[in-house]
Structure formats: C-alpha cells, structure tokens
Design a protein around this ligand. Structure first.
Ligand SMILES: *[C@@H]1O[C@H](CO)[C@@H](O)[C@H](O)[C@H]1NC(C)=O
Ligand SMILES: *[C@@H]1O[C@H](CO)[C@@H](O)[C@H](O)[C@H]1NC(C)=O
Ligand SMILES: *[C@@H]1O[C@H](CO)[C@@H](O)[C@H](O)[C@H]1NC(C)=O
Ligand SMILES: *[C@@H]1O[C@H](CO)[C@@H](O)[C@H](O)[C@H]1NC(C)=O
Ligand SMILES: *[C@@H]1O[C@H](CO)[C@@H](O)[C@H](O)[C@H]1NC(C)=O
Length: 376
C-alpha cells in the first residue's frame, strides 16, 4: 500500500515535471540573454524576408543593416539567436483564410496560436502576408481583415509592447489584384505596412507585352497614392524585388525592344506577368545575362534594366532589378522620409557563387544605421 502511494506520488511528480518542461521552453541560444525580445524601435527599417534556413545563407546577410528578418516557411532558433546578437528582430510570417475573416472565433483562435508560436520560439512579432482578393463592395470581409490585424496588434502589444506587427500590401492602394482593403485602418493597427512594389505587371491593361517588375514611376505613383489616402510616411516601408521575370516572347520586334507575350489572365485582366517566370538576381546576372543577344539595356520609361536571350529557338525577354535601378528606388524612399526599405527576398543572391553580385546588392541598400544617410 505504502509502496503504491509512493509510486503514485512519483508518477504525479514526473507528470508535473514533464508538463513544466513542455510548457516553459528553455532558451535555445548559447547566451540566454539572446532570447530577450529586441526593445525599442530603430528610426529606420531594413526589413528582409528570408527563405533559406541554411546558416550559409543567413550568416551572409549584411547584419550591420538588417533591422527585421521575416522567416518564411521555417522557424530557426539559430537565426533568432543570430539576429538578436545584432539587435535585429526575427519574426514569424502568417496568413489567414478569406472564408473565415468574418468568423470571430476563428480569428481569435488564430491570433492566440500566432502569439503562442511567437512566444515559444522567442520571436519578436509577426508579418501578416494576406494577399487575397476582396471585392470593393464586400465591406464585411474587408472589415473582417482589419479586425484580424487589429486583434493581432492588440493581443501582441498587450503581451509585450516590444512585439512588432506588420502587414504586406500591394504596390498601390487602388484595388490592385482586387485587393480592396481598408489601408488607412490597417496602417493604424500595425507598426507599419510593407509595400510590395513589385509584380507591378500582375494586371497588364495596355498591350500584352513584357515589362518592368518594379518600374520607377509606377512605384512612385503607388507610394504617392498611399500618402494621399493618407497613410503617414512613418508607416510605409518600401519593398523592392531582388528577382526578375523571364518572358517567352510570342513575337519580338526587330530592335529586340517589344516582346509580345501569351495572354494569361489574372483577377479579371486578360494579360499578366503569369506569362513569365520568376528568377533570382544572381541567376539572371550570372547565367542569363551571359547568354544575352542584346546585352543589358536600360529602359528610361521604367528606369529598369532588361535584355533578350535565345534558347531552343525561342526569344526570351528578362526584366529585373540591379543595384542601379534599386538605388533609384532606395533614394526615393530616403527622400520621401519613409520608415525604411526591404526586399523580397534576401536569398535571391548567391553569396557563394556570386560574391560580387551579393555584395553589390547589399551595398546598394541605404545605410540607415550609420546615420550618414540623413545628410542627403
Ligand atoms: C474556419 O474556422 C473554423 C473554426 O471556427 C475551422 O474549423 C475551419 O477549419 C476554418 N476554415 C478554414 C478554411 O481554415
Ligand atoms: C479578354 O478575353 C476575353 C476572352 O478571350 C474577351 O472576350 C475579352 O474581350 C477580353 N477583354 C479585353 C479587355 O481584352
Ligand atoms: C559567360 O560566358 C562565357 C563564354 O560565353 C564563359 O567563358 C564564362 O565562363 C561565362 N560566365 C559565367 C559566369 O557563366
Ligand atoms: C530551330 O530552328 C531551326 C530552323 O527552323 C531548326 O532547324 C532547328 O531544328 C530548331 N531547333 C530546335 C531546338 O527546335
Ligand atoms: C537561383 O535560381 C537558380 C535557377 O532557378 C537556382 O538554381 C538557384 O538555386 C537559385 N539561387 C538562389 C540563391 O536561390
């Protein structure tokens, strides 16, 4: 009997011990102070998306510049510890089904899960990457999305005011890709909006031809439209692409300038960049440009580089961004006193095979942390 009681006490003790272990996760960093949240806000952001959980990739980011890294498709404690060492935030990425936006219980459950995931991994917040269409007259769903973001913001900030909550928005607030969101309200319930100033050919209204992924004037107009709403400049981070599009031409003009593309509809428009395929910067620079028939050309209408190449009797046209076109956009963000800049994505350069290109791309980013940038 006594033995049975003893065993029972041991069993309960062991059970309680295991619950404690499961509930309170211990810090995975070599130095436990690295599990603390990053506090305060940098004046300016360099907001980056990481797609690779390989240390050979993320150890080569320019940590002198990065202020926030979003882990896409993975969560790495090693990267969290590493980012914290450099005073940079490491955050989660999240998305939510449109069909449940008006479902209060589903929203509440989701927010709770996101906070738990953030806390148990010692992360610094969440980036919400919701990009579905919401028709202009669907006010309930539109407001449901605002509610979701608002509830996330409130829940996270109540848990710890140092948590960062951001959302990704289209290059312009004017219903791009049928994304009729309440952008003013969203900016009020987030730390800032990451403006995806790319995929600007997702709905081609004019001739069905290849064009710039992140044209300077379109990007400018999109930002202007946000500022006019108004969204405060301190709530806008300019997101630029470190990738480009390769379009097979169904017809190419004699001068190699105009590449007619196949019609692939997207959200109500007959012609879109879905006729092309996305490729990372290093591959475009190292491999495709090397096989070009035109060499790198500069399009003054969009302030973007492009070129043609042939493969299997097909002419392809490549539209991309390089340090020259990106510098113009970074300068625009600095001059417009935006909250900062960022890229999709930090792993579109190859620090092993393309050291030179990688360094040029990181070097082109504003050096906000050194303060010298403010002299401009
Ligand atoms: C919507 O939320 C309910 C819970 O309220 C859940 O059971 C369901 O799976 C959710 N739907 C989607 C598409 O996630
Ligand atoms: C889009 O394509 C459809 C089907 O081919 C056609 O009926 C329609 O007129 C096109 N719309 C425009 C704006 O070209
Ligand atoms: C570019 O092409 C030339 C020959 O066409 C070749 O010698 C060179 O190695 C190529 N460079 C790269 C980076 O592939
Ligand atoms: C390319 O076109 C030429 C001339 O029409 C033809 O002889 C050749 O077989 C084609 N090559 C391929 C890979 O289709
Ligand atoms: C870039 O794209 C090429 C071709 O798709 C791929 O093989 C390579 O792994 C990519 N590089 C990086 C750094 O993502």
């Amino acid at each position: 009997m006594i033995r049975a009681i003893h065993l029972c006490i041991v069993a309960i003790f062991c059970y309680l011990l295991s619950v404690t272990e499961a509930g309170i996760v211990s810090c995975p960093c070599s130095d436990s102070s690295l599990c603390q949240l990053i506090s305060g806000n940098p004046d300016k952001e360099i907001f980056i998306f990481s797609l690779s959980d390989k240390p050979t990739a993320w150890k080569n980011y320019d940590w002198k510049k990065v202020t926030t890294v979003v882990m896409v498709g993975y969560v790495s404690h090693d990267l969290m510890c590493y980012a914290h060492r450099y005073g940079a935030r490491a955050v989660l990425i999240g998305n939510f089904p449109t069909s449940n936006l008006t479902n209060i219980d589903a929203r509440r459950m989701w927010v709770k899960e996101q906070l738990q995931k953030t806390q148990s991994n010692f992360l610094d917040g969440i980036n919400i990457d919701y990009e579905d269409a919401i028709p202009k007259d669907d006010i309930n769903v539109r407001d449901g999305y605002t509610q979701l973001v608002s509830e996330t913001y409130e829940t996270f900030k109540n848990a710890n005011k140092n948590y960062q909550v951001t959302v990704d928005v289209a290059w312009s607030p004017s219903g791009i890709d049928k994304r009729f969101y309440d952008y003013i309200a969203l900016s009020a319930v987030t730390d800032f909006l990451f403006v995806m100033s790319y995929d600007e050919q997702s709905q081609i209204h004019g001739d069905c031809v290849a064009g710039a992924n992140s044209g300077y004037y379109k990007t400018f107009k999109g930002l202007e439209d946000y500022l006019t709403l108004p969204v405060p400049r301190s709530k806008l981070v300019l997101g630029i692409p470190w990738y480009g599009y390769v379009y097979p031409c169904i017809m190419i003009s004699e001068d190699g300038r105009t590449c007619k593309i196949r019609q692939v509809p997207f959200r109500g428009v007959n012609c879109s960049d879905a006729a092309g395929k996305e490729y990372n910067f290093s591959f475009i620079k190292q491999t495709l440009l090397n096989h070009s028939t035109t060499g790198r050309r500069w399009d003054t209408d969009t302030m973007s580089p492009y070129f043609d190449f042939n493969y299997d009797n097909i002419t392809y046209q490549v539209w991309y961004d390089d340090p020259e076109s990106l510098s113009l956009k970074y300068k625009l963000a600095v001059m417009s006193k935006l909250r900062g800049v960022g890229m999709w994505n930090a792993d579109a350069v190859d620090p092993i095979q393309d050291q030179e290109g990688t360094k040029m791309m990181w070097d082109a980013l504003p050096d906000y942390k050194s303060k010298e940038i403010y002299l401009n």
